[in-house]
Design a protein around this ligand. Structure first.
Ligand code: FES
Length: 139
């Protein structure tokens, strides 16, 4: 039995290192690999405080609402952001993972539309780029 727990912990720590936390899919994969029920694996992992079963931090996304960004796709960007995160400016997603806010002109109107994610400026945002950024910061 102890060996089973060690295998679960070892796998969980490895996956947590890769993903930043142990995802639901990770727990299922671990359960299959050790031939144990998913609930039993959750129960084991929830006992250890070093195992994160939820995403560890909030991703804060600020969308420029200056004129250039607004004209160059800022409105569509907000719609896409709402689809991807489930929240509008001023809201936090239900899972607590994302916060979306407006920000004022970032002084980079030449590369509009622009956003700031966790304090980092991203320029010339397209749909594809937005998805890539969210994947990058969510891992
Ligand atoms: S309007 Fe967005 S950077 Fe200036």
């Amino acid at each position: 039995m102890a060996c089973g727990v060690n295998n679960i912990l070892e796998a969980a720590l490895k996956l947590q290192k890769e993903h930043g936390y142990v995802t639901e899919a990770d727990v299922k994969a671990i359960a299959e690999s050790v031939n144990r029920p998913v609930n039993a694996v959750y129960e084991t992992l929830s006992f250890y405080s070093m195992i994160l079963l939820k995403a560890p931090s909030v991703v804060r996304i600020e969308v420029c609402r200056g004129t250039s960004c607004y004209i160059k796709g800022g409105v569509d960007l907000l719609k896409e952001l709402e689809q991807l995160t489930g929240c509008k400016p001023g809201e936090t997603s239900e899972d607590g993972r994302y916060q979306v806010e407006y920000c004022e002109c970032l002084g980079r109107c030449d590369t509009a539309p622009n956003i700031v994610v966790n304090g980092k400026l991203y320029t010339s945002i397209s749909s594809e780029k937005l998805e890539e950024i969210l994947k990058e910061v969510s891992n």
